[in-house]
Write a protein that binds this ligand. Sequence first.
Ligand SMILES: NC(=O)c1ccc[n+]([C@@H]2O[C@H](COP(=O)([O-])OP(=O)(O)OC[C@H]3O[C@@H](n4cnc5c(N)ncnc54)[C@H](OP(=O)(O)O)[C@@H]3O)[C@@H](O)[C@H]2O)c1
Length: 431
Amino acid sequence: MKKIKKLNIAIIGLGTIGTYLYKYLQTNKSILSKKNNCEPIVNYVSAKNKKKKRTIKIDKKKWLNNYLDATKLENVDIIVELIGGAEGPAKKLVFNALRNKKHVVTANKALIAKYGDQLSKIAENNNVNLEFEAAVCGGVPIIRSLKEGLIANKINKVYGIFNGTSNYILSTMDKNNESFKDVLINAKRLGYAESNPQSDLNGDDVAAKLKILSSLCFNSFIDNNIHVEGINNIDKTDIDNANKLGFKIKLLGVSEIIKNKIYQRVHPTLIKKTSYIASIDGVLNAVIIDGKPVGQNIIQGEGAGPEPTTSALISDISSILRGNIKFPFSISNKERKNLNYKSISEKSFSAYLRFEVVDKPGVLSNITKIFSKNKVSIKRLIQNPYKSKKFASIIIITHISKNKFLDKIIKQTIRKPYIVKKPKLIRIGIN
Ligand SMILES: NC(=O)c1ccc[n+]([C@@H]2O[C@H](COP(=O)([O-])OP(=O)(O)OC[C@H]3O[C@@H](n4cnc5c(N)ncnc54)[C@H](OP(=O)(O)O)[C@@H]3O)[C@@H](O)[C@H]2O)c1
């Protein structure tokens, strides 16, 4: 029988993900070898602190004192980068690895969103693979689906829930009737939120994933023009109002091509309770693709954590074990294009606006006048007085109007003496 091929792997970064991946590869080597007709051998590992106590036993011979040595050693074919961050050691490692003709697998969305185009060119020129399935929505196999299963399609829209932490917070506030602050504390305790969850809450994490998805869907270079809002300002009152109106609030990433222009945006959105995307709760992610000839395609699953992320990393490693060099972004860099970006201000939405005001005569008519001055017509208006009677909350649902006019209403009301809190705008639906 023909001798089975072997490929040597260096895992750099042994934190939450690296440790799980290491254990997985130790215990599943045989089945992976059979499935891929090539044996994955982890012959080197490295992390920052050699003396750190770890839950895995590592043979001293495998430990690299300088993690960058992995990029120079003859007996390393694949480098798995699990350090994280767009700059510093992760950047150095991946650039050097590709320059030295090593295949790279990474779970690092920040690095790919920032340097993916440059890295992809080096990989293509050097005839090696750069794989990043684990960087977008953890265990949801969206990257490989786009590159392989959905290769036939011209995609015009990609959207969905790409951040498990923010989705967990929004759905738990809703289900358990808890405040943002309380849910966040619990999410950290349960390991659903990092100790510094800033990029999960301010929309940056979704933005990085959406930029990567857009370039794969539209055969384009990564476009850094993107409108980003997170969930930091969503409070229990918004969740309750949404419920009364038949909606749920979800943090969505949406990217679409309209008349050869790209719109990319991340923001909380009011979604009809009966819609599919409203049913994606907790830490789940869902990616929805509109393409031709396939129509609408949905993939959902766990977006983070060591198990789902390892599932994605193994898919990438297996793809390399099976051979063939693939273009990192599905198409040669020579064929990728720059798209023209169109700002959200030109998009039209129906919207929910909330004004916290001093409850006195004339306030409501002043607000509605600002709406009519900006040609935004009102579909529904609800006024809820506070128990103290001194203040009131005014909720206005608008008909569809351009985002720039909705923004103007916020700008023109924000400094009014009767406004007690920054007015809120949450767009409705995925149109
Ligand atoms: N956690 C998730 O659920 C998840 C999901 C999807 C994708 N990801 C991505 O996966 C990557 C790893 O995440 P993680 O959660 O495993 O991170 P982590 O637990 O913080 O682990 C980071 C690892 O990098 C090592 N490291 C830090 N600086 C280094 C340096 N200068 N040289 C060598 N090693 C260094 C650390 O070493 P020490 O152990 O010695 O401190 C640690 O082992 C990130 O890109 C993240 O965005 C994570």
